[in-house]
Ligand binder design. Structure first.
Ligand code: PAP
Length: 296
């Protein structure tokens, strides 16, 4: 009975959402029309999921959300957060650690939504956001994850123009970053804002910082070895080499798990973007972030 009522409610919300979506401004998208929701052009499925999240996602005070723009290191952040928060049930040195047999995406749900769309729902809990040099983010979208694999987009010039225009699957990258950046500056205890490039440079320091924010800090004694073990377990080389990630398929969306692991390097954009493209994107990002204190 309870189930039937819940189902009816969901169907009603879905119908309401469908009619709200059809009333939104629309434009030609990457391969399907996009909709304008609160200043963001979003694909139909993202538009719908933002509405569903707003209706049905009610975080509790001690909930932690991981919020990342796609291709900024979500897989890594999930692995780290899982290893840190489950350290007592699953020691990182254990032979049966879940990260050895599961892709990180299958161990933890994620939010890839701009903070502006979720303010009402996220203000209760706490958020970890991971940003990345925008040129590298775009580069991941433009380059196949392995030889022979299809590109995420077929025309590099088109992908580049759309990205610069802020016309992307999850809205403009700068709006995504700024929403979480401002929250972390105004309410430090509620928002942790991390940077992929800085984490690559100093993983140990960032793992400690993340553990503190997640309220499972490492003790001084643990700090000697355990932090390094978390860093090693979740490292690009280690995760990429595991059979589940080199051969497995995601339970979440049917994607090959290997698609989440390409080079794991900072600055790969230099191999895929012209100087002109890089300069244009740099100028846009600088202008959009001006005055915020966030720079790349
Ligand atoms: P998603 O949006 O599809 O979930 P996401 O995990 O956010 O992808 O980003 C993928 C990038 O993180 C890839 O970067 P690259 O293409 O420049 O190589 C991927 O290689 C990188 N990545 C995945 N796992 C790790 C890790 N453990 N450490 C560092 N980088 C990683």
């Amino acid at each position: 009975m309870a189930q039937a009522q819940t189902k009816t409610k969901h169907v009603r919300i879905e119908e309401e959402d469908e009619s709200l979506i059809s009333a939104l401004p629309t434009r030609e998208g990457w391969w399907e029309p996009f909709f304008l929701l609160q200043g963001f052009w979003l694909s139909p499925s993202i538009t719908k999921s933002v509405m569903v999240l707003r209706d049905q996602f009610h975080p509790r005070h001690n909930d932690i959300s991981l919020a990342t723009y796609p291709k900024c290191g979500t897989t890594w952040l999930k692995a780290l957060a899982f290893a840190i928060t489950n350290g007592s049930d699953h020691p990182v040195t254990g032979y049966c650690h879940p990260l050895l047999s599961h892709n990180p995406h299958d161990l933890m749900p994620k939010l890839e939504r701009p903070f502006q769309h979720l303010t009402r729902t996220l203000t209760l809990g706490r958020v970890v956001h991971l940003c990345r040099e925008p040129k590298d983010v775009l580069c991941v979208r433009m380059v196949p994850h392995q030889e022979g694999a299809p590109r995420l987009v077929h025309r590099v010039d088109r992908a580049f123009e759309f990205f610069c225009e802020g016309f992307s699957f999850y809205g403009p990258i700068w709006e995504h970053y700024l929403g979480y950046w401002k929250q972390s500056k105004m309410e430090g205890e509620k928002g942790l804002f991390l940077n992929y490039d800085e984490m690559i440079a100093e993983p140990t320091r960032h793992v400690k910082m993340l553990a503190e924010f997640l309220r499972v800090p490492f003790t001084d004694e643990e700090s000697r070895g355990a932090v390094e073990e978390v860093v090693r377990l979740c490292s690009f080389q280690n995760l990429k080499s595991l059979p589940v990630n080199s051969q497995g398929v995601s339970k979440r969306n049917g994607l090959e798990n290997s698609s989440f692991f390409r080079t794991g390097k900072v600055g790969d954009w230099t191999n895929h973007m012209t100087v002109e493209m890089a300069q244009k994107l740099d100028c846009i990002i600088e202008e959009k972030l001006r005055g915020s204190g966030l720079t790349f």
